[in-house]
Design a protein around this ligand. Structure first.
Ligand SMILES: [Ca+2]
Length: 344
């Protein structure tokens, strides 16, 4: 890994003024590679976006087929196991949660999947990106997972506003983009505080990858082939040139009914980031490394995991096995999250 400057991408007031937003976007276009280098280079690979945008979305199929909706059920359904993959409940924060049924999957990228990423998806990446980066998502191995509840969507501006009004924690979620967009700009600390407030958690890195890939261990939530029309990414931006409202891509649904696992907001996970964790993590419900085991980024700090790519990134970063990170105290223009709840 190369040296990583401590400076971070400006983000605090980024969305509060539309004029500022446009300025920011123009700035982003000019310093795109620099921004990515500064924000992610310690554990990921920057990207340039130059492919032609695709139409917003052409729903092809919705394979989630929730088996049951139990909103209004007495008690706290998120504290009880679900009965089938894709079962939906309303969680304590008002968001829909889907049941991720217990099972096993291949966690991490095989050599073939790594070659696919290199041969099919990195043509536009800078030359200094090396194959070594892909080794951080290897070796692929079979992992057993218990069932758990997972946010069907990324947490929205409207959801985070209720938390912010109740606690005063962190940033105001006011956004010109609208209530239905994912709340971005949140730090890991803010995301974790939100989850804890509602008796939830952030998904572990293993839970996130299992929720995106499923027992079939798909490369993308919808399958093994890149499809630029099934997600919000750098070549398919939202109506304001940023994110889409959550759930805008039903054809990008994962096996358990989760949406926008690829693209839109880049999602915080619970784990500390350890670049070689996949080489030694336990084979059942990997909890992530301890803080002491976490990789020290640029010799300066330990980072938390980000997964799924984001609205400004290339498909390479939106693969479900791709592993990235950032400082937990930093909220950047691309960082959002979804919640989870284990039932053990
Ligand atoms: Ca996402």
């Amino acid at each position: 890994m190369g040296a990583r400057p401590a400076a971070k991408v400006p983000h605090r007031d980024w969305y509060r003024s539309w004029g500022q937003v446009m300025c920011r976007l123009r700035l982003i276009a000019v310093v795109f590679a620099l921004v990515l280098t500064v924000s992610l280079s310690s554990c990921t690979k920057p990207v340039e976006v130059s492919q032609e945008p695709s139409p917003p979305d052409v729903p092809v199929e919705d394979v989630s087929q929730p088996t049951e909706h139990v909103a209004g059920q007495e008690g706290k359904p998120w504290e009880r196991p679900g009965t089938a993959a894709g079962q939906e409940i309303v969680g304590p924060d008002g968001g829909t949660m889907v049941w991720v049924a217990a099972g096993s999957f291949r966690m991490g990228s095989t050599d073939e999947e790594a070659r696919y990423a290199v041969d099919k998806l990195d043509a536009l990446l800078p030359d200094w990106i090396t194959d070594e980066d892909l080794t951080y998502e290897q070796p692929a191995r079979e992992v057993e997972m218990d069932g758990f509840w997972l946010g069907k969507h990324e947490v929205t501006n409207a959801q985070y506003r209720r938390f912010w009004q109740a606690t005063g924690w962190g940033l105001s979620p006011e956004s010109k983009l609208g209530d239905g967009h994912p709340f971005v700009g949140v730090s890991w600390d803010g995301a974790a505080a939100y989850a804890e407030h509602f008796g939830l958690s952030l998904p572990t890195e293993a839970q996130w990858e299992y929720g995106a890939r499923g027992p079939a261990s798909r490369v993308f939530p919808w399958g093994d082939e890149w499809d630029p029309s099934r997600l919000c990414w750098g070549g398919n931006l939202g109506p304001e040139g940023i994110t889409f409202p959550v759930g805008s891509f039903p054809s990008g649904v994962s096996w358990c009914g989760a949406l926008d696992m690829a693209g839109n907001a880049f999602e915080w996970c619970a784990d500390w980031y350890q670049k070689d964790y996949y080489a030694g993590g336990p084979p059942s419900n990997p909890p992530g490394p301890s803080e002491e085991q976490a990789t020290v980024v640029s010799g300066a700090y330990r980072a938390r995991v980000l997964r799924g790519g984001g609205w400004f990134l290339q498909g390479y970063f939106c693969r479900s096995a791709g592993r990235y990170c950032d400082a937990p105290t930093e909220g950047d223009f691309f960082t959002g999250f979804r919640v989870a709840r284990s039932c053990r």
